[in-house]
Design a protein around this ligand. Structure first.
Ligand code: GAL
Ligand code: MN
Length: 241
């Protein structure tokens, strides 16, 4: 009698933040993930919310307080660091905005040490025109000039948990220091991530099919006809009130 071959499933943790009205997106997002997000892996979801929610076995809830926008997005890396031990139990983790839809299967092509998604249009502007933070007092500051290979979207990124947590710790500290100095980066966490990724380039840059705006689908301007992950069109004012 020999030893049976042990099968190890890859473990992936999906991070999402949904306070206040953003909770309305989560049920559909989680069903998309269950159906289409690397089905061969063991996928656990970690949800940061101010709501009391009923969950199943593969969803962990971390209670956070609801603060006015943009604080919930700005502080995302602070929240992740608080769950560092849980996240590090996984091989990979990915952050997904709550207001996203997955239209096509997402497979192992998205796995890498540090993974970011090119912004659907900012990436294609000349460097000096991109919406990096341009305030020298901000720790996300990118001087106008040659820096920046791509501009990355905040809505979908991830990687090996060790690399992701290393990034999260740096960004969380920078956000906190900016807040002490009364500074908020232009595009919040997204600006901080872009600064970090200029200094620590992602090992995998996904094309904008993985974070494509719903309102641009079918537009002649963009070559992405059947995007995989879609940032939903929404009423910002209503949602954030
Ligand atoms: C917008 C997007 C924002 C931010 C911004 C950067 O289209 O909705 O979240 O990424 O671009 O310029
Ligand atoms: Mn979003």
């Amino acid at each position: 009698m020999g030893l049976g071959k042990l099968e190890f499933k890859m473990k992936i943790c999906i991070l999402t933040i949904a306070t206040n009205k953003y909770l309305r997106f989560v049920e559909k997002l989680y069903s998309d993930i269950a159906e289409k997000f690397i089905p061969e892996a063991e996928v656990n979801c970690l949800l940061f919310t101010d709501h009391e929610v009923e969950t199943s076995d593969n969803v962990r809830v971390h209670q956070i307080e609801h603060e006015p926008w943009p604080i919930p997005t700005l502080k995302r890396y602070n929240y992740f660091v608080k769950e560092k031990d849980f996240i590090l139990e996984h091989d990979y983790c990915f952050y997904l905005d709550a207001d996203m839809r997955i239209d096509a299967p997402v497979g192992e092509e998205i796995l890498g040490d540090l993974v970011a998604t090119m912004h659907p249009y900012q990436s294609f502007y000349p460097k000096e025109k991109r919406s990096y933070d341009r305030n020298p007092k901000c720790l996300a500051y990118v001087p106008e000039g040659e820096e920046g290979e791509y501009y990355y979207a905040g809505g979908f990124n991830g990687g090996k948990t060790k690399n992701f947590i290393a990034m999260a710790e740096v960004i969380a500290d920078r956000v906190n220091e900016d807040l002490r100095n009364d500074v908020i980066a232009l595009w919040h966490d997204e600006s901080q991530m872009n600064r970090y990724l200029i200094d620590n380039p992602p090992t995998l840059s996904l094309n904008p099919n993985y974070c494509f705006a719903e309102e641009f689908i079918g537009s002649q301007q963009y070559p992405y006809k059947n995007p995989t992950i879609i940032a939903l069109k929404k009423n910002h004012a209503e949602l954030r009130s």
